[in-house]
Ligand binder design. Structure first.
Ligand SMILES: Cc1cc2nc3c(=O)[nH]c(=O)nc-3n(C[C@H](O)[C@H](O)[C@H](O)COP(=O)(O)O)c2cc1C
Length: 321
């Protein structure tokens, strides 16, 4: 596969660490990172660790009681980071299966259970997927690679078998299966992180979904949500700042607000903590004197991407109206 469009993430994403030994994310002292050995002294614990992680993430000091139960789990969740470099250490099949079981224990819309996990063990299958995404070497390097699938096939199958009509063949059917798949992937990430594994979701598998569908022999009415690299992290990684909580946590209802000003404040906060290492598509857009998140995302989405995904989803047998 050679004619490739740019991907939403990966090497085309200036935030993704370039594969060099001098990656500053290797020495992020701000948060305890599960699975990565911590230096004995000066690593914050308890409420302090959680407060620091969230301050780094959101630029806000949250009030956290030292006696709050579950601080360790919360700190792990708050300290999330995607990992793209892994130690050459395999993951035991039994352990992977255990994580899948935990992930599939997630809630499911109407108990419909419309998520599947494909564990891609065969190198040839993984290679077929990787060939469509040559700028993400971490997919091949990861000790394990999974694909999370939304499966809308079983429900109409059961309707037919039970001799019932199925008048709900519309966008919601696709949406429900996709949401279930995404929730299961998120739960897998949480489960994996809790035992010290690192993960990186890969939506780039949807750049060439037909190739992925063929490689995985996807049945009708199933859709790949994302891939997931899984492995023992080579380095601690770093917290990526997010939009402030005043932007994304809404009390009761959306009111009047200056979203542009909020985004620009985020651009500045993020640039101070985690500046982009390079600018996207300088040949098209020139070099910006200030390059923040909103500039990067605007440039990223100035390129057409996955424009025929809807067609693919329809080919898979979903109706989207
Ligand atoms: C649905 C989804 C798809 C993603 N796809 C990719 C991908 O194709 N390649 C990649 O390197 N990272 C991918 N990521 C990881 C994001 O780039 C990452 O979550 C984001 O930059 C924030 O960084 P953090 O996870 O370390 O907080 C994806 C994340 C999600 C949730």
């Amino acid at each position: 596969m050679s004619t490739l469009v740019n991907h939403g993430n990966a090497m085309s994403d200036p935030m993704v660490p370039a594969p060099t030994a001098s990656d500053p994310s290797a020495s992020d002292p701000a948060v305890s990172q599960p699975g990565v050995p911590e230096p004995a002294a000066s690593v914050p614990t308890g409420a302090t660790a959680l407060r620091q992680a969230l301050a780094e993430r959101f630029g806000e000091e949250l009030k956290i009681e030292e006696a709050l139960p579950g601080l360790e789990a919360l700190t792990r969740i708050a300290g999330h980071r995607s990992h793209r470099r892994f130690l050459p250490r395999p993951i035991e099949p039994d352990l992977l299966r255990l994580l899948c079981a935990c992930a599939l224990s997630a809630p499911s819309k109407s108990d419909l259970q419309q998520a599947d996990i494909v564990i891609v063990r065969e190198t040839a299958i993984r290679q077929a997927i990787v060939d469509t995404i040559p700028d993400m070497p971490w997919i091949m390097d990861a000790p394990a690679f999974l694909v999370f699938v939304g499966n809308g096939a079983r429900l109409p199958m059961m309707s037919k078998r039970r001799d019932k009509p199925f008048p709900n063949d519309h966008l919601d059917a696709f949406f429900n299966a996709s949401v279930d798949g995404a929730i299961v992937m998120t739960t897998f990430i949480q489960a994996a992180t809790s035992i010290g594994l690192g993960t990186c979701p890969i939506s780039a598998i949807r750049d060439y979904p037909r190739i992925v569908a063929k490689a995985l022999n996807l049945p009708p009415r199933t859709v790949p949500i994302a891939g997931l690299c899984v492995g023992w992290p080579e380095q601690a990684g770093e917290i990526t700042p997010r939009l402030s909580l005043s932007t994304t946590v809404i009390e009761n209802h959306y009111g009047e607000r200056d979203v542009i000003a909020e985004i620009e404040a985020y651009d500045r906060r993020r640039a101070a903590l985690r500046p982009y290492r390079r600018q996207r598509r300088i040949e098209r857009w020139g070099e910006a004197s200030f390059y923040g998140w909103s500039q990067d995302k605007a440039r990223q989405y100035a390129e057409p991407t996955r424009t025929d995904f809807g067609t693919f989803v329809r080919e898979q047998g979903f109706r989207l109206d």
